[in-house]
Design a protein. Structure first.
Length: 143
């Protein structure tokens, strides 16, 4: 019988709290303050976040330059997530052959090569950056 009385009292307290306008106002204020604090914390954590390429996004070479191939020195990228360096969480895709510190670009014929940088960090996983390397028939890119 004691359990029945206890549960009845708890039920009455809940009903009263639901109907009490002060309780509703306090609940709404607590929710608004929680949302504001959460927003400010997220903004502060991600303030300096970003993903960008170092160096030029587009590089040009001329057919025959370097005797048939040149080494393009990879300038790298920056990835900052949640205020920390996350540059190690980037996958690089390219048809070019990797060498120490860069890529071998064939210059025996004209062509366009792309180096695609895709972050694996969850904040930037939907983004990618592309560096384009063009081998032109003539100096300056005019064909």
């Amino acid at each position: 019988m004691a359990k029945t009385v206890k549960s009845t009292v708890k039920r009455q307290i809940r009903r009263t709290a639901k109907r009490n306008p002060v309780a509703v106002i306090v609940l709404i204020l607590a929710l608004a303050i929680g949302l504001a604090v959460g927003y400010l914390a997220c903004t502060a954590l991600t303030k300096n976040d970003g993903f960008s390429l170092k160096g030029e996004k587009s590089v040009n070479f001329t057919v025959g330059e370097g005797g048939g191939s040149v080494t393009f020195a990879e300038p790298g990228w920056t990835l900052t997530a949640l205020g920390r360096d996350a540059a190690g969480k980037v996958e690089v895709e390219t048809p070019l052959q990797k060498t120490d510190g860069g890529y071998t670009v064939p210059t025996d014929q004209s062509g366009v090569y792309r180096i695609v940088y895709r972050p694996t960090h969850f904040l930037f996983s939907k983004y990618s950056l592309v560096r384009t390397i063009t081998v032109n028939d003539t100096e300056g890119g005019d064909e």
